[in-house]
Design a binder for this molecule. Structure first.
Ligand code: PGA
Length: 322
């Protein structure tokens, strides 16, 4: 394997983990032909097939399984070295690898902007993907820190609340329920509904909320992005429940309305998290301290929105092990 590169191993690891060339290409910001070419070179170099495709599914061959294990060892060693090297440089230089859920993209880049102004030498890698994949990355210890909604109890991680994440009911501005007060939840479940993709935290919280009220949503459409859902609402395809943060900055102002529905907003929170026992780099630790003050930097995202429900204040920053 003398001529195999780290890049080829990264591509291989992503395909093996995600069991998909397409998803690996997306995650690594590469085109599909590039991904296929890297794997072809790696396979030629090793001289054994690494994947086999049965129907639409991809499986690892025995050689593939072995290489997958080897990759984890290699990447762990490199990450450990990067941490040592970056700690040697202090906050003047170093790398911060963050993975955040889709909805956190409405505020994370802004927070990073302020952080990077303070520490211009720091190099940031930001992965934005849905809750299910962020959890996979956390379990595999692929990044320094994670931003997501509450963690499942079975995951052994340190997690701490740093910001509110109210979920609200959004409708087109000309919807007959706009300006109605205290709309019963049942009335919402009668409307055509647009739901996020499975694996999304927003979807999970929404489904849980309606099932706790013994109501079934009339799902008209599933869409994999908050932006696409907002456009679909404006297009009159239905209503939805999304984070209030999705209205930040570039909301199609005037086209969307937050409905005043009983029980809303659903009070969700943003957590930063990392696997229990992980030793944080100096850079990751500095970012974590900075996140604890995120609500000061994101004043416009605090909860003075047009819903009737109260908005919880930031919870205290007590560290929780979930
Ligand atoms: P999502 O996660 O962007 O995957 O919906 C948001 C959340 O967990 O609240």
């Amino acid at each position: 394997m003398r001529h195999s590169t780290l890049r080829q191993l990264k591509v291989f690891e992503a395909i093996a983990r995600l069991r998909s060339f397409t998803r690996a290409a997306e995650e690594l910001f590469l085109t599909q032909p590039t991904v296929s070419m890297q794997i072809k070179k790696l396979t030629d170099e090793i001289g054994l097939p690494l994947f086999e495709q049965i129907g639409k599914k991809i499986y690892l061959t025995d050689a593939g399984q072995e290489l997958f294990q080897t990759c984890h060892g290699i990447f762990e060693h490199i990450a450990r070295f990067e941490m040592i090297a970056s700690d040697m440089k202090g906050l003047k230089a170093g790398k911060l690898r963050l993975a955040v859920v889709t909805t956190a993209k409405y505020f994370t880049p802004r927070l990073l902007g302020i952080f990077c102004q303070k520490y211009p030498g720091i190099d940031v890698a930001l992965i934005v993907t849905n809750r299910k994949r962020v959890l996979e990355r956390l379990i595999n210890n692929q990044d320094d820190l994670y931003i997501l909604g509450q963690l499942p109890e079975e995951i052994d991680a340190v997690a701490e609340v740093f910001l509110d994440n109210p979920l609200v009911v959004l409708a087109p501005a000309d919807h007959p329920l706009v300006n109605k007060k205290r709309i019963p939840i049942k009335r919402i479940s009668d409307e055509p509904f647009i739901l996020r993709e499975s694996g999304s935290g927003t979807r999970m919280a929404t489904e849980r909320f309606f099932s706790e009220h013994n109501l079934k949503l009339k799902v008209r459409m599933e869409l994999g992005s908050n932006e696409a859902i907002k456009q679909a609402i404006v297009g009159g395809l239905g209503i939805s429940v999304l984070s209030h943060h999705t209205l930040a900055l570039d909301a199609p102002t005037g086209h969307l309305a937050v409905l005043d529905v009983e029980g809303f907003p659903i009070e969700r929170h943003w957590y930063y998290a990392y696997p229990s026992g992980k030793q944080l780099s100096i850079v990751a630790h500095a970012f974590l301290k900075y996140l604890q003050q995120a609500s000061h930097f994101l004043k416009d995202l605090s909860c003075h929105h047009a819903t009737s429900g109260h908005c919880p204040l930031l919870q205290n920053n007590e560290e929780r092990k979930l």
